[in-house]
Design a protein around this ligand. Structure first.
Ligand code: AKG
Length: 309
């Protein structure tokens, strides 16, 4: 199959921008044409068939891979040439840089849930101009699709990631990690790329615990959508989100999420970091407060708004 050249997306309207800024998430219909959906499906199948040190089996049959585009050529093409960077940049009306991506592969059968969480706390980046682009190679009914707590991107809170070693069960290990963090070290190192788990970090006791959203869903303003391949869900890096499971599907639910950064995004070492920094960044010894634009070779501008001369 020939890979589509860089393609133009549908225009983002001012009312879609207003909706995104208010709700923190939006579904955009038909952004990727059939050829891109095919590239996405092939890219995810390749990543699934070629696990690496960053592939993790999570509850029920669910594979989550970090940085899958680093070894799946079709996923790299999707990031480099599909309209995704453009729609993210248009939503921010700013230049955007690719930060990292993930695969969530849920095979046919009883579909696994994805727990409520906020993404920012997992990464060593901080800023308001952080957008995730979520796409799926398969149709996803509303009851197992991505859902978000509307407006929670503006709550100004960083929750504790619901993963990691509990300091109570390994106080010595946690104290060691604490000392390293206080010395300014990055807790998850380059070696994580060889063999990584969600439990290499430790639960940061200084961060608040997420409310039990599933126990009281009616108390929250939950936004979600029926999803068709070709649609793109954009959501803010700080928004609280999840996906329900427990529904039988005759086909897999294969999703891919990429994280994009605008100009206000800076490096920030977090005690709650669970996901490694992009591998090449380790060689630069990034310091708190440094802009991603300080590392243009690792984070080149993927898309910028046209300038009017
Ligand atoms: O696709 C899913 O089930 C979860 C996606 C997600 O949590 C994410 O992209 O951060």
């Amino acid at each position: 199959m020939t890979v589509p050249a860089r393609t133009q997306s549908a225009t983002i309207t001012s009312s879609q921008i207003a909706d995104f800024n208010r709700d923190g998430a939006i579904l955009l219909h038909n952004v990727l044409d059939d050829r891109w959906v095919q590239v996405l499906a092939e890219g995810l199948e390749f990543a699934n068939a070629h696990p690496d040190g960053m592939s993790a089996g999570v509850s029920m049959p669910l594979r989550i891979d970090q940085f899958p585009a680093s070894h799946s050529p079709k996923l790299k093409q999707l990031l480099d040439n599909s309209p995704i960077a453009e729609i993210v940049g248009s939503m921010l009306n700013a230049p955007v840089r690719f930060y990292m991506d993930q695969m969530f592969y849920k095979p046919a059968g009883l579909i696994a849930p994805s727990a409520w969480h906020q993404d920012t706390c997992y990464y060593n980046v901080d800023g308001h101009q952080l957008i995730r682009a979520w796409v799926c190679a398969d149709p996803v009914p509303r009851n197992i699709s991505l859902e978000v707590l509307r407006g929670s991107h503006l709550w100004n809170v960083t929750y504790r990631p619901p993963v990691g070693m509990d300091p109570k069960s390994d106080p010595t290990g946690a104290a060691r990690l604490n000392e390293r963090f206080d010395r300014g070290e990055t807790l998850i190192g380059k070696e994580a790329f060889e063999k990584w788990t969600y439990f290499d970090s430790f639960l940061d006791p200084s961060l608040p615990v997420l409310p039990d959203i599933e126990q009281s869903r009616d108390s929250f303003d939950i936004l979600g959508w029926d999803y068709q391949p070709g649609d793109v869900i954009l959501f803010h890096g700080n928004i609280v989100h999840s996906a329900l499971g427990g529904v039988e599907l005759p086909h897999p639910r294969r999703s891919h999420a990429s994280l994009w950064a605008g100009p206000d995004v800076n490096y920030l070492k977090r005690r709650s970091q669970s996901i490694p920094d992009p591998k090449a960044l380790y060689d630069h010894d990034p310091q708190n407060g440094q802009s991603l634009s300080d590392f243009p070779d690792i984070f080149p501008i993927a898309w910028a708004p046209p300038t009017n001369h």
